[in-house]
Design a protein around this ligand. Structure first.
Ligand code: NAD
Length: 480
């Protein structure tokens, strides 16, 4: 049995409580490691270490910080196989996916921010003959970073990298469901030469560890990715403390398909967008809206492709979907499948749990599931399921599909398929989503702003937006 430890002041540290939580491999249903059940005492120790490390880290020339972060990036790359396997065992995702997407993206996150910080600039505003204003940006202090279980190392590093590159020290908490690669990252950060206290990682439960980070008086900025309900709880605590908040929350993303779209590409990408990572990507397209003249043809081709997707042992190359991340989430998805039926949905394929033979017989697997016949405003089409369940709906006019697409409380991402560029431009400004992909999905440039509208979040990650988030800005006005 592997016992994970917190990383506090550069050292592997047992939780103050002495207690541990079970960490389950969702593909087998077995406990395979133990996670520190940390509490406020561990968070306080981590914040003390981060506070002590802050003056030296923030005072380093940015080239030196950059070099250390590039070391860490190289070490992640060197350990790609080990990390990919750990991610797959911890999260349930196919090994080919963690190897080709999750871990390479963690490498890029550090590379991107280690170099972006070298090119950061601030504005100046000259008042003719009177004064010059310039904006001075300084690192904000100890940053709190809290991340979810769906893309564990990918999203953990998407916060930590800009915070460290901006000159902040960090107290970070990965999800208790997927702590393993965060633990390994802690080890690698020591090997990379990060000074003690610069990066601290505290494991444990959200209401205990996460809330202690959020409510800590000497953490002025919280970067959080997770569910909308948790985002609201965090805001209730951090709001009255006037902390800076970056919240990346839930989504219920539409894929909008017009009859003039490139048919084969659209079908292929709609399948990928619906079921990648078992549908557990906040950007997955779970409401597929199809222009009526194309509806039957698209439906038949889509369902035929979905039936070919294999579900099973994440370590086997042939499987396209692995396990659902936890038993609780598995039950939640199954309950939504039942809800869709009671709401009148017609099941086109899938709909059941899968029990593979062999080592994965007790794992949490669900068939890729497709429904039709549901109205745009039913619960199945309004609430985030975050699993391999999608609906197909026809639409007649542009106005109708915009209304359907915008009808949920969320506004994270949308994917629009058409060969009419004027229509694409026209609609892009009317769709209430932080990302509008046209004839593509999950095509990411790390320089672009990333985040959601409405209940999908507050603020933007990505590019200089994330670096700026971790700084405090002052207007300096010099009278001439
Ligand atoms: P979650 O909100 O349950 O947990 C996220 C993190 O917050 C975990 O580390 C958890 O321990 C912690 N947490 C829980 N309660 C807390 C509290 N009271 N105070 C502080 N921290 C607390 O979310 P999840 O189930 O881990 O992740 C799934 C959700 O994340 C989905 O809604 C998904 O859409 C969303 N998500 C959003 C994005 C995005 O970029 N917008 C990306 C990935 C996932």
């Amino acid at each position: 049995m592997i016992f994970l430890a917190n990383l506090i002041n550069g050292e592997s540290t047992a939780p103050a409580s002495g207690s541990y939580l079970d960490n389950i491999n969702p593909a087998t249903g077995e406990v395979y490691s133990k996670i520190p059940d940390s509490d406020e005492r561990d968070v306080n120790a981590a914040v003390d270490a981060a506070r002590k490390a802050f003056p030296t880290w923030s005072g380093l020339p940015k080239e030196k910080r950059s070099a250390l972060l590039l070391n860490l990036s190289s070490l992640i790359e060197k350990n790609l196989e080990r990390l990919a396997l750990a991610e797959s065992n911890d999260q349930g995702k196919p090994l080919w996916l963690s190897r080709s997407v999750d871990i390479p993206r963690a490498v890029s996150n550090f590379q991107f921010y280690a170099t972006a910080a070298l090119h950061a600039h601030t504005e100046a505003h000259a008042m003719e003959q009177t004064a010059i204003n310039y904006t001075l940006r300084t690192p904000i202090g100890v940053a709190g970073c809290i991340s979810p279980w769906n893309l564990p190392l990918y999203l953990f590093t998407w916060k930590i990298a800009p915070a460290l590159a901006a000159g902040c020290t960090v107290v970070a908490k990965p999800s208790e469901i997927t702590p393993m690669t965060a633990y390994l990252l802690g080890e690698l950060s020591i090997e990379a030469g990060l000074p003690p206290g610069v990066l601290n990682i505290v494991h444990g439960l959200g209401p205990k560890v996460g809330m202690s980070i959020v409510s800590h008086p000497t953490i002025p900025a919280i970067s959080f990715t997770g569910g909308t309900k948790t985002g609201a709880v965090i805001t209730q605590t951090a709001g009255p403390m006037f902390k800076k908040l970056s919240l990346e929350l839930g989504g219920k993303n539409p894929t909008i398909i017009f009859a003039d779209a490139d048919f084969d590409k659209t079908v292929q990408t709609a399948v990928r967008s619906a079921f990648s990572n078992q549908g557990e990507i906040c950007l997955c397209g779970s409401r597929i809206l199809i222009e009526r003249p194309l509806y039957e043809r698209f439906k038949n081709a889509f369902v035929e492709e979905v039936k070919k997707l294999r579900v099973g042992d994440p370590l086997e190359e042939k499987n396209w979907l692995g396990a659902i991340a936890s038993e609780q989430h598995f039950q939640k998805i199954l309950s939504y499948i039942e809800l869709a039926k009671t709401e009148g949905g017609i099941l086109l394929c899938g709909g059941k749990a899968v029990q593979p033979e062999g080592r994965c017989a007790n794992g949490y697997f669900i068939e890729p599931t497709v429904f039709e016949g549901l109205s745009y405003d039913c619960r199945t089409n309004q609430e985030e399921i975050f699993g391999p369940v999608v609906t197909l709906q026809p639409f007649d006019a542009e106005d109708d599909v915009i209304r359907y697409a915008n009808s949920t409380e969320y506004g994270l991402a949308c994917s629009l398929w058409t060969s009419d560029l004027s229509r694409a431009h026209r609609m892009a400004g009317q769709l209430e989503f932080g990302i509008v992909w046209i004839n593509c999905w999950l095509l990411r440039d790390l320089r672009t702003p990333f985040g959601g509208m409405k209940n999908s979040g507050v603020g933007r990650e990505g590019g200089f937006e994330a670096l700026n988030f971790f700084t405090e800005e002052r207007n300096v006005c010099i009278r001439i």
